[in-house]
Design a protein around this ligand. Structure first.
Ligand SMILES: [Zn+2]
Length: 201
């Protein structure tokens, strides 16, 4: 992706961020897991946790209700994922909606299981929402995560999810909180987010 410290069209050879190349690598770091929506009734606080997740801090109540129909923000275990990072990322995507693109690609994955004989390699059709200009960087970043070459703060579990491991059965989508793109293995969740961002077919 383009360096946002340099000015457009005048890359600085002394730029500390891109070292004069004008481009920075899109390294995934804070990638939020999106789990399948909770379908049960909310009759007490524990079901509330199941429905809304622990990570949805900072979402206005009406948006929280809408999001609960679409996904559950999984608990990531690090404070970096909190402090309103989710609404910030969703707002950035919504504001950029005319620049957004939806597409799918076949992503290679390598799942390394701790259980003997359960590791698996393969490929999976993945659905993406990102800014059109970021498309190739986003594909590269997703492939890296799926092949286990990720250095995120907390695990994305995407290789396990792509490999249909039972432990990641609920995780159907991901939201990059730093670079603002989303990807999904579940077509329904993908289409629901496309609708939320006002994207047509
Ligand atoms: Zn730069």
């Amino acid at each position: 992706m383009k360096c946002d410290w340099c000015k457009e069209g005048e890359t600085s050879p002394t730029c500390y961020r891109c070292k004069g190349t004008g481009k920075i690598e899109m390294k995934p770091y804070l990638v939020q897991r999106l789990n399948k929506p909770y379908k049960g009734d909310v009759t007490g606080p524990l079901q509330g946790l199941a429905k809304y997740g622990l990570q949805a801090n900072g979402l206005p109540e009406n948006l929280r209700e809408i999001m609960a129909q679409v996904c559950v923000f999984d608990y990531m275990g690090s404070s970096e994922y909190e402090f309103g990072e989710i609404p910030k990322a969703l707002r950035a995507l919504a504001k950029a909606s005319i620049e957004l693109k939806q597409f799918s690609f076949t992503c290679p994955y390598e799942f390394k299981s701790w259980e003997p004989g359960r590791s698996k390699m393969g490929s999976k059709l993945i659905f993406v929402i990102c800014k059109a200009k970021d498309q190739s960087d986003v594909i590269d970043a997703i492939k890296k995560m799926a092949l286990g070459d990720e250095h995120c703060k907390e695990r994305t579990e995407c290789s396990g999810s792509f490999a249909e491991s039972e432990y990641q059965a609920d995780t159907l989508g991901w939201l990059d909180l730093v670079h603002h793109y989303m990807f999904f293995k579940d077509h329904d969740m993908f289409k629901n987010f496309c609708t939320l961002f006002g994207m047509g077919e």
